[in-house]
Write a protein that binds this ligand. Structure first.
Ligand code: MG
Length: 159
């Protein structure tokens, strides 16, 4: 009998000058990037936390300390790959994932396909299992004021 599990992850990073904007493993052209100890890829952090949630294996802060100098400017694809190794070691497979990016700027729509392609490649799954959606905050709150970017991810796994 097929067994299913679901996991959810969220993340928030502040916009700052002088850093590239990394989302879903790709660089998005923008005059601001995200502040963080790692490369601050909020999409990969939310997705990794969703996978760990489905596995009931804690959160990425437990596995990758944000005070460890070794994780400074860490390529977040390494975090996701680490979570996928845990997933596969327990014989789980990705069912699908749905990602939501909340930001006022930049517009995510023109990059949606590239984001889906990047995530499908990283997850080693078909692109039709990977959804990326984007929302502005109608100018309200820290997201709406352009202070930060929020990411949410939900993932279904099966075996
Ligand atoms: Mg993060």
């Amino acid at each position: 009998m097929t067994e299913f599990r679901i996991g959810r992850g969220t993340d928030r990073h502040l916009f700052v000058e002088g850093r590239p904007l990394m989302l879903g493993g790709i660089k998005i052209p923008h005059h601001l990037g995200l502040k963080g100890h790692s490369d601050a890829d909020a999409v990969l952090h939310a997705l990794s936390d969703a996978l760990l949630g489905a596995l009931a294996m804690g959160d990425i802060g437990e596995h990758f300390s944000d005070t460890d100098p070794q994780n400074k400017d860490l390529d977040s694809t390494k975090i996701l790959k680490y979570c996928l190794t845990l997933l596969r070691s327990e014989q789980w497979f990705i069912g699908n994932c749905d990602v939501i990016i909340h930001c006022q700027q930049p517009k995510i729509g023109p990059h949606r396909l590239a984001l889906r392609e990047s995530l499908a490649k990283l997850l080693n799954c078909a692109i039709d299992k990977v959804s990326v959606k984007a929302k502005t905050a109608e100018g309200l709150g820290p997201v709406g004021e352009g202070l930060c970017l929020d990411a949410e991810a939900i993932v279904l796994i099966s075996k």
